[in-house]
Design a protein around this ligand. Structure first.
Ligand code: IMP
Length: 433
């Protein structure tokens, strides 16, 4: 099983950071292929906590090559900050490779992100404000600046000559003055180009060569299926393909390159930002999930909206991504709840719907159809000790919760996570590297 993808199966924040780091053990290469500094991965190694936004989790292991693929949007100011913070913790970052084709997030993208949000009035998307949407929009409208452009002054100048007036006119239409100091911007970008030149290459060649050589390559998804630009809760989504399909265009590999697709599913549901959320709880249980789950954004610090597990969402993710197994995270957060609800379908205008609708007005009307399962008590034992006993040692009702999910979605739960630490994990997968 030399290639493996990790995909968020809900609205992001499913605990991908921990699972990616756990699975990165044994990987030779970890590739990010979409999103940018809007992602937030928290990884705990020993007592040290690392918060990554842009960098692939593999950066923390010096023997793993960490790749920023062409499908990401790269904010070089953020990259600097992140690499500096890692250096302070003794991580060199020398194992980083950057695609020559990745689009660069420029200061005006961040300004436009804010201006566009303000212009939406009550219909804000609730973006992270990191310039992600405007940068992807530029890529698609062929007005982007790519990493390779920073290595070629003439090219960079001619691109900016074309693009800057367009951006200025657009900003003005939103009542915003971009106030771009052209020469200063060019100097900064050329400086970045020089600084990172040694890391920049055609990462598609690098990745495909690694696969051909039988190396273990991991594709690390950011955000989650429900934030996918095509299949998420549009327009309340991010601007990239968070589903496994994004791997092909975002890393430059063929569909046959991905063998295992692990979906990360939180044992309940959360989302940040605006948009429909059928199983959202506005009661004490929602508060408990928020508090016990520490559900505050790694990137923005915003409190996440919390609700019961939605299997309509998870089945949508299974189908779209071709998930071969699930990693079920944060099961410990449900400890002590006397009963648990899982949503198996929606009722919309009196009809039972089992597939996730594309129309968000329908979603706003959807009433969750719940199955109620028994909860389990709080544990008195340390979770790491409990995990040492394997799946069998878990509370019976917890095992029943897992079995219920497996049966409904038709995919095995390969990994169970009951805490932040690496040793608070149970791994039941058949295929491992
Ligand atoms: P953007 O990606 O900043 O454009 O934000 C679009 C939507 O995606 C907003 O609702 C964000 O809160 C959400 N979003 C973006 N990145 C993440 C993430 O890593 N986790 C959860 N939500 C995210």
């Amino acid at each position: 099983m030399p290639t493996l993808a990790i995909i968020g199966a809900q609205w992001g924040d499913e605990g991908k950071g921990k699972i990616t780091d756990y699975l990165a053990e044994g990987a030779d290469m970890v590739v990010r292929y979409q999103g940018g500094a809007n992602a937030g991965h928290t990884i705990k190694i020993g007592e040290e906590v690392f918060a990554l936004h842009l960098l692939p989790s593999g950066i923390l292991r010096k023997d793993v090559m960490a790749v920023i693929g062409n499908g990401m949007v790269l904010d070089l100011d953020r990259l600097e900050e992140e690499l500096e913070a890692l250096k302070e913790k003794g991580i060199s970052g020398e194992n980083l490779k950057i695609s020559d084709r990745v689009n660069i997030v420029l200061p005006y993208h961040r300004t436009l992100d804010g201006a566009q949000e303000r212009s939406r009035g009550a219909k804000v998307v609730g973006t992270t404000g990191r310039g992600i949407g405007p940068c992807y929009a530029d890529k698609i409208s062929r007005e982007g600046i790519r990493m390779g452009d920073l290595l070629d002054e003439e090219l960079l100048r001619s691109r900016l000559d074309l693009v800057l007036p367009i951006k200025e006119r657009f900003a003005a239409s939103l009542g915003e003055n971009l106030d771009i100091h052209r020469e200063k911007l060019i100097a900064k970008l050329l400086e970045y180009g020089k600084k990172y030149e040694a890391c920049v290459c055609d990462t598609s060649v690098l990745i495909n060569d690694a696969i051909k050589a039988g190396k273990n390559v991991m594709f690390e998804g950011a955000q989650g299926t429900m934030l996918d630009i095509d299949y998420g809760t549009y327009p309340y989504v991010t601007s990239s393909n968070c589903t496994s399909a994004g791997i092909c265009t975002g890393a430059g590999v063929p569909p046959s390159a991905v063998q295992e697709v692990v979906g990360i599913v939180k044992a309940y549901t959360t989302r940040v930002g605006a948009g429909p959320f059928v199983t959202e709880l506005h009661d004490d249980i929602g508060e408990t999930l928020l508090k016990n789950g520490g559900e505050f954004g790694t990137t923005t610090g915003r409190a996440r909206r919390c609700g019961w597990l939605d299997l309509v969402v998870v089945r949508h993710a299974v189908r779209l991504n071709g998930l071969t197994s699930i990693a079920l995270t944060k099961l410990d957060v449900l400890n002590g709840l006397s009963e648990l609800k899982v949503c198996t379908a929606y009722e919309i205008d009196g009809e039972i719907v089992r597939n996730f609708p594309g129309n968000y007005r329908q979603l706003e009307k959807a009433v969750p159809v719940y199955e109620t399962l028994a909860g389990w008590d709080n544990w008195t034992e340390k979770t790491s000790k409990l995990c040492a006993g394997g799946f069998e040692a878990l509370p019976t009702k917890m095992k029943e919760y897992v079995a219920y999910i497996e049966k409904d979605i038709g995919v095995p739960v390969g990994i169970i996570s009951v805490g932040k630490g690496r040793n608070e994990t149970i791994d039941r997968r058949q295929n491992k590297w």
